[in-house]
Design a protein around this ligand. Structure first.
Ligand code: ADP
Length: 269
């Protein structure tokens, strides 16, 4: 990458206290959902938060927050992210696509150019946290994006509990370590389903795999999120998701967010 680009990215990101990457070894495990709720929960706690959607192949964050089709304005300060609430701003590749269902068929260098522009030209201002939703997998794309983010605090790895997904979490841990980034921890999503009729918990995709992978790799386990139809409904609703404060989902997001804050605050260089 040209030095000039490097410098601009470093300058823009210098105003951001904590930078966290959210990744998963494969798609469909709830990575974007968790990135979104992590950002929302931090913002609701009064932190200034930016959420950056770098998932070219499934840029779903605007949909999850009900801001699809918004067009960021460009000022002398740079591209202005979309404000979702007073202390939560969002930037997504999907804002620059002609239609929300248009497949992204840009070649690698163009994609990386767009990511570089996101990183250097978005006017985030001062932030406590920037949450970055990476493309899924452990291939060239997430690798290139991760390498463009200097001084990130680390990566939150999202998995589902079953073995097939856990193979990919192992790859993710190796991937993050290879690029010399700390692993903030593992989140196990879709972990158990609480039957609304009998109240019993059914482990549709098994449970405990994320915790086992955490102990195998000696990385923090950040917590579980249950499989809950409310997450799908709120995600599809076209507005900022809201759950009852005493719901299992709400408690799970709060606890995971606190665990992440603890890890990054104790390891901040
Ligand atoms: P990814 O970013 O890993 O591709 P998404 O966050 O887009 O995955 O989630 C894929 C789908 O799964 C979405 O429809 C989302 O609402 C749903 N989903 C995610 N987590 C849960 C959960 N814990 N319970 C129920 N549905 C979920």
């Amino acid at each position: 990458m040209p030095d000039e680009d490097n410098q601009r990215i470093t300058q823009t990101l210098a105003k951001i206290h904590h930078k966290l990457l959210v990744l998963s070894g494969k798609g469909g495990v709830g990575k974007s959902t968790i990135a979104t709720h992590l950002a929302l929960t931090l913002a609701n706690k009064g932190k200034k938060v930016g959420l950056m959607d770098c998932d070219f192949h499934g840029p779903s964050i605007p949909k999850l927050l009900g801001i699809e089709g918004k067009k960021p304005i460009i000022t002398d300060q740079g591209m202005q992210p979309i404000k979702v609430q007073p202390n939560l701003s969002v930037m997504s590749i999907s804002f620059f696509l002609p239609e929300s269902d248009a497949p992204v068929i840009w070649r690698g260098p163009i994609k990386m150019g767009a990511i570089r522009q996101f990183l250097s030209d978005v006017s985030w201002g001062d932030l406590d946290y920037l949450i970055i939703d990476l493309p899924p997998g452990t291939g060239d794309e997430p690798l290139s994006v991760a390498q463009l983010i200097p001084g990130a605090d680390g990566a939150v790895i999202v998995t589902t509990p079953q073995d097939v997904a856990l193979l990919s979490v192992r790859k993710s841990v190796v991937f993050v370590r290879k690029i010399g980034m700390p692993v903030v921890g593992i989140v196990e999503n879709m972990s158990g389903f609480s039957c609304p009729h009998c109240g019993q918990t059914i482990d549709i995709f098994k449970t405990g795999g994320g915790k086992k992978a955490s102990s195998d790799f000696a990385v923090p386990f950040l917590g579980c999120i249950p499989l809950d139809p409310a997450i799908v409904e709120e995600g599809d609703a076209g507005h900022t998701p809201k759950y009852k404060a005493d719901s299992q989902v709400s408690k799970a997001f709060n606890s995971i967010t606190s665990n992440i804050e603890n890890v990054v605050n104790h390891s901040k260089r």
